[in-house]
Design a protein around this ligand. Structure first.
Ligand code: MG
Ligand code: ZN
Length: 225
């Protein structure tokens, strides 16, 4: 079975680069999120909402591996620096792509780096990027069976955002069934139901992120005092 060692080598090379990315982020005191979702779940809308909510208090930047330039323009319109990752048509980001993009970003000017992964619920889960948190975005429009269909994505998540809850009135989406599927895979997963469109539920997500950002920059402050 020659495939197995090859895959292991690829994954360990990826992990080494992910570690290198993490070291660079930590040296600069930058917290980074890997945002993963299927196309249309609302990654870009959540990024722009997150930027609007935090940009007065924190310095944000985005690294965009999603293919649609229209999305990149929307993020850039919020006024934060956006760097494009050329995925070469790949269906996921890997640590090598992020590592290669880092020299184009002034990390010393950032508190938070939002990495928008390629829209896909399968392989992005398999590649560590060196970011601090895996944020998975599902949406009511996609249906309540996503955890049952894409277990690896939900198992590897640190935070789950359920977007488009304004559509719960119209869609046949069973929140209890969805959450049960998630709990089996990833007990106690941090979960924020929200709507990037209406803003409902957004504050809980932003508060969680504020706490992480404040905790992340605390050690540097105490070192200096
Ligand atoms: Mg997008
Ligand atoms: Zn892929």
């Amino acid at each position: 079975m020659p495939e197995i060692p090859v895959v292991e080598n690829i994954m360990s090379a990826n992990d080494q680069l992910a570690d290198a990315v993490r070291r660079q982020l930590d040296a600069a005191g930058v917290l980074a999120l890997n945002l993963m979702a299927s196309p249309g779940a609302g990654k870009t809308s959540i990024i722009t909402r997150t930027v609007e909510g935090l940009k007065d208090d924190f310095r944000l930047g985005a690294l965009d591996g999603d293919v649609a330039t229209i999305d990149v323009e929307k993020i850039a319109a919020t006024g934060i620096p956006v760097t494009l990752i050329n995925t070469g048509g790949n269906c996921h980001l890997d640590a090598n792509m992020v590592h290669a993009a880092l020299p184009e970003i002034d990390l010393t000017a950032l508190d938070l780096l939002l990495v928008e992964n390629v829209g896909n619920l399968i392989c992005p889960a398999a590649f560590r990027l060196g970011t601090h948190y895996n944020i998975v975005i599902a949406s009511v429009a996609e249906g309540d069976d996503k955890p049952y269909k894409y277990p690896a994505m939900f198992r590897g998540a640190d935070v789950l955002l359920l977007n488009k809850i304004d559509m719960l009135r119209y869609e046949d989406f069973d929140v209890a069934y969805f959450r049960h599927g998630v709990e089996v895979l990833n007990p106690g997963l941090i979960f924020f139901p929200l709507s990037a469109k209406t803003g409902e539920g957004l504050d809980a997500w932003l508060d969680w992120l504020r706490e992480r950002l404040t905790a992340h920059r605390q050690p540097d402050k105490s070192d200096l005092s």
